[in-house]
Design a protein around this ligand. Structure first.
Ligand SMILES: Cc1cc2nc3c(=O)[nH]c(=O)nc-3n(C[C@H](O)[C@H](O)[C@H](O)COP(=O)(O)O)c2cc1C
Length: 231
């Protein structure tokens, strides 16, 4: 719940883990730089491989730069919506991405100038151990992101602790080559996420997630359901 000027009520850890839903529209209320700093000051305690802390953050306030980024992200979103409408997972490995797609509205992109906080999160590729890259596996590497996404999630949890909601997005990564120069992305860095933050009417806390037995099994992935619990 968005607090007033007073400190928001503390959120118990399990409640925060289980109830930090995405917020994509925000109250017309600024988030001060001190608060952004404090959120990042909490988030930096995220784990990373070898504790190399590869993250970099650009706090994007410039309205023209934001609009430029939104213009780059919009076609990525349009294709996402077009593929999603077919029932397929958009941008899945080996999946079809259409050359063109009709414009799809997106509250974050349409009103990017009014989003209280826009964070571009990059990671230094020279600080990431990519265990499954270049290993001859016939699939894309997935471990690289593991050293930066816990940080991103910490940003959302640290925001939540302050009554601030938000959402992590990845569409900017798709147009990294175009976004690199305007963002001053250093060489050998990758754009990992764009995080939008702000005060919300309320932060959704009843989330829809699969139950444990839908994804956890005993000994092997094809083993029996773990059982023994309730949610
Ligand atoms: C890696 C990642 C990428 C995401 N990309 C987007 C995105 O591009 N746009 C968006 O609106 N939400 C994005 N999300 C938010 C998800 O849609 C959201 O976490 C999921 O649908 C669960 O919804 P809930 O938070 O309302 O329960 C992303 C989340 C993650 C973790």
């Amino acid at each position: 719940v968005a607090g007033d000027a007073a400190e928001p009520a503390p959120v118990e850890l399990r409640a925060a883990i289980r109830g930090t839903g995405s917020v994509r529209s925000f109250l017309d209320r600024p988030v001060d730089d001190e608060v952004v700093h404090a959120i990042l000051d909490d988030a930096r305690f995220a784990p990373s491989g070898g504790n190399r802390q590869p993250w970099r953050v650009a706090v994007v306030a410039d309205a023209q730069l934001r609009r430029h980024l939104a213009t780059l992200m919009q076609p990525v979103w349009d294709r996402y919506v077009a593929v999603g409408a077919t029932g397929a997972t958009p941008y899945a490995w080996g999946g079809h991405v259409p050359d063109d797609a009709p414009h799809a509205p997106n509250a974050l992109l349409d009103g990017i100038e009014r989003v209280p906080v826009v964070l571009a999160v990059a990671c230094d590729l020279d600080r990431i151990a990519m265990m499954d890259a270049g290993a001859g596996l016939e699939r894309p590497p997935v471990t690289a992101g593991a050293s930066v996404y816990p940080f991103c999630w910490n940003v959302l949890l640290a925001a939540r602790a302050r009554g601030i909601g938000g959402v992590m997005t990845t569409f900017l990564s798709r147009v990294e080559q175009e976004a690199a120069a305007p963002l001053g992305l250093p060489p050998r860095h990758a754009l990992a996420a764009t995080i939008f933050l702000g005060h919300a009417e309320r932060i959704p806390s009843r989330l829809s997630r699969r139950p444990v037995d839908a994804f956890a099994s005993r000994d092997r992935f094809d083993g029996p359901a773990l059982g023994g619990g309730s949610s």
